[in-house]
Write a protein that binds this ligand. Structure first.
Ligand SMILES: CCCCC/C=C\C/C=C\C/C=C\C/C=C\CCCC(=O)SCCNC(=O)CCNC(=O)[C@H](O)C(C)(C)COP(=O)(O)OP(=O)(O)OC[C@H]1O[C@@H](n2cnc3c(N)ncnc32)[C@H](O)[C@@H]1OP(=O)(O)O
Length: 167
C-alpha cells in the first residue's frame, strides 16, 4: 500500500546510518507515514558489501535498528532509546546500488522500554530482512554529550523527498 509522507525526520553529522557527513555511511532519510509507520530510504554502496554485490548483514541490521528506534519519535519527538536487543532474519540477499525501502513500527511502549519490528523491502515488495528490537528509554544526557548544532541534527529537505511511499 502507498502511504502519504507526513513528516521528514532529522539527519545527523556522523551517525553510520543517518550522518550526512559520514562518507562510508548509509545517509538514510526517514519519513513518518500516515499509517503511523516510519519508512527509511537509502541506497547501499560497494563499501556496504559482505560478499561482492551483497549487502552486509550487519549493515542491514544497522538500518533496521535505527528505523525501529526512530519509529518511537512519530508519537513523541523527545523520547530517546538505546538498543538492548535486536533479532534479525535474513530471507533474501540484498543487492547494492539500488534504492531500498525499510519500514518500522512500535509494537510495545512502556515507561522504561519500547519494542518494535521492521523490514527491508526489495523493489518488488518482497521482504529481504526482518527484525524485532527492544530499546531502553534514556534521557539524552545519559546517552552522550550531544549538541544539536555541532551534530547538525536537523531536517534536510531535498527535491528527492517522496510525497508517498509504498510499504
Ligand atoms: C540533540 C542532538 C542529537 C544528535 C543525534 C545524533 C545522532 C543520532 C543518531 C540516531 C538517532 C535517532 C534514533 C536512534 C534510535 C536507535 C538507533 C540505534 C541506537 C543504538 O545503536 S544504541 C547503541 C547500542 N546499545 C547500547 O549501547 C546499550 C548498551 N547498554 C547499556 O547502556 C545498559 O545496558 C543500559 C543503560 C541499557 C541498562 O543499564 P543499567 O545499568 O541501567 O542496567 P541494569 O542492569 O541496572 O538494568 C536496568 C533494567 O533494565 C533491564 N534490562 C537491561 N538490559 C536489558 C535487556 N537487554 N533486555 C531487557 N531488559 C533489560 C534490567 O532487567 C533492569 O530491569 P529491572 O530494574 O526491572 O530489573
Amino acid at each position: 500500500m502507498k502511504y502519504k509522507v507526513m513528516k521528514k525526520q532529522k539527519n545527523s553529522r556522523k551517525c553510520i546510518v543517518c550522518g550526512m557527513k559520514n562518507d562510508l555511511g548509509l545517509k538514510a532519510s526517514f519519513y513518518e507515514l500516515e499509517n503511523g509507520e516510519l519508512a527509511a530510504i537509502f541506497t547501499p554502496i560497494e563499501e556496504h558489501q559482505s560478499y561482492p554485490g551483497r549487502l552486509h548483514g550487519g549493515v542491514a541490521g544497522a538500518i533496521l535498528d535505527e528505523t525501529i528506534g526512530r519509529a518511537i519519535n512519530i508519537t513523541d519527538e523527545d523520547v530517546w532509546g538505546v538498543t538492548v536487543e535486536l533479532n534479525l532474519k535474513y530471507h533474501k540477499p540484498v543487492a547494492l546500488n539500488e534504492q531500498l525501502r525499510v519500514v518500522g513500527r512500535i509494537t510495545r511502549d512502556t515507561r522504561r522500554l519500547f519494542e518494535g519490528t521492521g523490514e527491508i523491502l526489495l523493489k518488488n515488495g518482497d521482504i529481504a530482512v526482518s527484525a524485532s528490537g527492544k530499546y531502553m528509554k534514556l534521557p539524552l544526557s545519559q546517552i552522550a554529550d550531544f549538541n544539536e548544532d555541532t551534530e547538525e541534527w536537523r531536517v534536510l529537505p531535498s527535491d528527492e523527498d517522496p510525497a508517498e511511499i509504498e510499504v
